[in-house]
Write a protein that binds this ligand. Structure first.
Ligand code: GRG
Length: 292
């Protein structure tokens, strides 16, 4: 099957399964609606797709990874709901639609995030297709990637750096943790479920580190280019933006160079793993060139 249609098929399966996990819950309708509202709001599903693409590289069927893939999307969705709250970014729109708290109120949005975070771990724990020791490893690594040593730690560092001039090293800490750790987990989980050797796991972990940073650099570049289009002038090459971003620290051209360099490193590591990484290479291309 062609790569694009396989990824489309994966995306459809992930979206159907996410709904199938929520609908039978014995819980108040309000919380189910609030969870489904954000889960169905049309994200790229990059984390579950990375997991399933890694599994594919080890020639394993997607059904052995679907629960962890959905758990990842639940945790990602919780982080976006909480990130949009008045006490954090105070955003009215996410993916072009009203944010969760705008529709369901702040208390329900907090609870929808909490519910998605906790339910994600239940979904993995209840999976009948995976052995208990592999599940414990996957749950432990996911807690680490999402918690204080991972995404939450990165979010705190980001909040603390607001309005300050930070170094490239501090910026990398923020992104490695805030977005990188969950992306890295997506690939590690696929590799663990796929039966990777320790050497392959090490190579894929390093690959995912570069990919995670590249993902964020592309995000920063898109913000600048979107802004340029809106106001119709060139701002990216000047360091006049007070937000801590790669273009602000390195200039727009410097950020583009760093993105290219990180992607070259990532692809080189991927080649060394000696797996059938065609889907992962394709996702690398998508991450490097994505326009949203
Ligand atoms: C609230 C604990 C807590 C953490 C929030 C991920 C995050 C941490 C905040 C999101 C802020 C943000 C816009 C970061 C930039 C990169 C990023 C993660 C974008 C959103 O992820 P995508 O592009 O989103 O995968 P979609 O919409 O495709 O799901």
């Amino acid at each position: 099957m062609k790569i694009q249609s396989l990824l489309r098929q994966y995306k459809t399966q992930i979206e159907q399964q996410l709904t199938a996990y929520i609908e039978p819950l014995q819980a108040p309708e309000t919380i189910k609606e609030a969870m489904l509202y954000s889960l169905q709001a049309g994200g790229k599903r990059i984390r579950p797709l990375l997991l399933l693409a890694t599994l594919h590289a080890f020639r394993k069927p997607m059904d052995i990874g679907i629960s962890v893939a959905c758990a990842l999307e639940m945790i990602h969705t919780y982080s976006l709901i909480h990130d949009d709250l008045p006490s954090m970014d105070n955003d009215d729109l996410r993916r072009g639609k009203p944010t969760n708290h705008k529709v369901f109120g702040e208390a329900n949005a907090i609870l929808a995030g909490d519910a998605l975070l906790t339910y994600a771990f239940q979904v993995i724990a209840d999976d009948k297709n995976t052995s208990p020791d592999v599940k414990v490893r996957l749950i432990s690594e996911l807690a680490k990637a999402a918690g204080p040593e991972g995404m939450v730690g990165g979010q705190v560092a980001d909040l603390e750096g607001e309005g300050k001039t930070i170094s490239l090293q501090q910026l990398e800490y923020i992104h490695r943790h805030k977005t990188g750790k969950l992306l890295q987990y997506s690939i590690r989980a696929g590799a663990i479920l796929g039966g990777a050797t320790e050497q392959q796991l090490t190579l894929l972990t390093a690959f995912a580190d570069y990919l995670g940073l590249a993902f964020q650099i592309r995000d920063d570049i898109l913000d600048i280019e979107g802004e340029e289009q809106k106001i119709g002038k060139k701002i990216g090459s000047d360091v006049e933006n007070d937000k801590s971003t790669y273009p602000a620290l390195l200039t727009l051209d410097g950020a583009k160079r760093k993105l290219r360099d990180h992607m070259t490193e990532a692809r080189t590591l991927l080649e060394q793993t000696e797996i059938d990484a065609s889907l992962l290479h394709y996702i690398c291309d998508l991450i490097e060139t994505r326009d949203h």
